[in-house]
Ligand binder design. Sequence first.
Ligand SMILES: NC(=O)c1ccc[n+]([C@@H]2O[C@H](COP(=O)([O-])OP(=O)(O)OC[C@H]3O[C@@H](n4cnc5c(N)ncnc54)[C@H](O)[C@@H]3O)[C@@H](O)[C@H]2O)c1
Length: 353
Amino acid sequence: MKTITVNASKSYNVIIGEGILDDAGSAMQKVSGGQTAVIVTDSNVDPLYGNRLTGILEKSNYRVVRYVFAHGEASKNPKTFLSLIDFLADEQINRTDAVIALGGGVTGDIAGFAAACYKRGTGFIQIPTTLLAAVDSSIGGKTGVNLDAGKNLLGSFYQPDLVLCDVLLFSTLTEEVFRDGCAEVIKCGIIADRVLFESLKNPVRGQLENVITRCVEIKRDIVAEDEFENSTRKLLNFGHTIGHAIEKLSNYDIPHGHAVAAGMAAETRMAVYMGICDKSCLQDILDMLRRYDLPESFSFNADEIALVCMSDKKRDGKIITMALPAETGKCILKEIPVNELDNLIRSGLETSF
Ligand SMILES: NC(=O)c1ccc[n+]([C@@H]2O[C@H](COP(=O)([O-])OP(=O)(O)OC[C@H]3O[C@@H](n4cnc5c(N)ncnc54)[C@H](O)[C@@H]3O)[C@@H](O)[C@H]2O)c1
């Protein structure tokens, strides 16, 4: 078992280990003075782990209530968020009670945003059940929902009180959802740690605890330096400018990790075109994506992608800041004038290197 402390506007522990869901009651007592635990989960995860977590928390004398929504990115919208807020009010939840996100990134983002807004902030615990949530979305405090205009446009920064990551929960993931998480793991290696990147030549499944720990450490360091994404935190967005556009263009049929994988390939091609990295870096990244059966591209063209990028929240007036790889293990931030984006994306997508 490993414990990593994140020092942001709030300090909290990320506990990673096998079978630690059984300790959820005692772990929660250390961070929450309330009497009620609100489990927020989706329709896939609830039948797998909902009753089990309820039983564990009841043994620690919590009153447990459960809010279940339809699984999938399509639920990450203001309607689900408001329905959860109504549920919290109906259940007379207090600020000292804890909202527990039991699920993947969609659950964590919705539950965290509700915890941030209801009575201006309740307790909040993340229990990630996807690899993606474990290595990325459960840490760092970004919460929110999508609007018709774009992804994650309504949200807040709200750090959890605790992240409890039981790696045994990932045994029920489909291969596709597991691979989604692998895309974010690969991203961590590319932006910050060549050793991690190289280690991924061995399957992630065989080194889960170590890989998750390293990704959490990388995110911990970045969040400690720039919690509110004014500078270095933008490095975590590698692959996400084009990735988010792909997700939106597919009407969220393409899952986040797969879209980010194709986004990383396209953004690395841009980096080669701009002379930021060389072709061997692109080749290493493409080889790694292939190793995990992740996509390098989708059928959307540069014009469509650039248009969606214009409403991306990473855009700041006439500039969009992108994280681009200089080599595996190191990304740099590059300010791109939005009127050049279309050409650069096209050059990246259409030039053969
Ligand atoms: N807040 C952040 O910092 C941050 C970072 C990265 C991604 N995200 C967001 O995370 C979301 C993607 O997260 P995700 O890939 O975890 O999606 P998800 O939460 O939709 O989970 C993917 C699928 O796996 C199912 N599932 C979850 N756990 C399971 C388990 N243990 N066994 C079987 N099935 C299980 C879910 O029901 C769902 O169908 C996107 O909305 C993305 O924007 C947020």
